[in-house]
Design a protein around this ligand. Sequence first.
Ligand code: AMP
Ligand code: MN
Ligand code: MN
Length: 329
Amino acid sequence: MSNTTFEEIGRVLREHQQFVVLGHVRPDGDALGSQLALGLSLQKLGKNVRVWNEEGMLEKYSFLPRAELLTKPPATAEHVDVAIALDTAIQNRLGTTLAAVGSAKIWINIDHHVTNPGYGDLVIIDPSAPATGEIIFRLIKSQGLPFDHDIAENLFAAISTDTGSFQYPKTSARTFEIAAGLVREGDLDVGKISQQLYENYPRRRLELLRELLRTMRFSECGRIATFGLSLKTAAELGVIPEDNEGLIDHLRALHGVIVAVFFEELSDGKVRVSMRSKDERVDVCAICQKFGGGGHTLAAGARVRGTLAEVEEKVLEETREAVKRACVS
Ligand code: AMP
Ligand code: MN
Ligand code: MN
């Protein structure tokens, strides 16, 4: 499936009235910020817009401007002219929002995951973009769509979180130019936004990290680092899913570590696997694809059936092989 143009998407946005903007399950800052930004721009264009995510707005992102616009999907399906999926590599990662769209004349798919198969009628997949928020900014600007402070702040949060605060390899000159445009034109207070994003965690998140570090293991001479979370520990600590976003970065940040893996036991008999790589030669997306998941070369995930111990063993075996191959090449 080849990409459509921003012009074609701009035309469709102007010509229709009823919209729904969706994002992936277990949302992150890029999904939520991009959804709100595009939803707000369409609203300012005079459109009727719903913005749905399976989990609704997360507590930690509830500071985002106009966060109340983003809700859980309704129980009964609704009909729209245009449904837009953002930052979602596989259509079923839209979760319960998918069934809530009774029908849509046109499906638009905007994403930066290289594994996105291009579902939908109008597709823009740009794997060079470090965040979907960057693509939304270019869409809004190139098509002269409404833009204001609230939209800018949502896009800044999307880009800041998905680039690891402008650190990950896909962060480019274009990313900084876009961020500069957001700060200048949106009159953003970067210190305040960053504090809300990165210095506002509940204490239980650090208590969770303490427990995760107790389970920390290394293999392949310290090149692979892992930790895991059982349902029992999660219940004892009273943590909620959003608490663990980003904790894997503590493993990745270690000297000598090439691959970091986080295993989280889920209540449906599966384990959520979250992987990070620091070396392009170790493609964690390829490893996750073997288990039905996907993502990016250096950051990927999968949900794998089995117990924590079973999934750890299977995924670690593949990871060891990939690291060995990279280290001899
Ligand atoms: P996470 O480790 O959950 O932060 O996810 C890392 C990257 O992999 C993100 O870009 C996700 O969208 C993607 N990803 C995570 N889980 C899956 C999955 N089950 N299928 C496809 N992509 C995934
Ligand atoms: Mn995402
Ligand atoms: Mn993203």
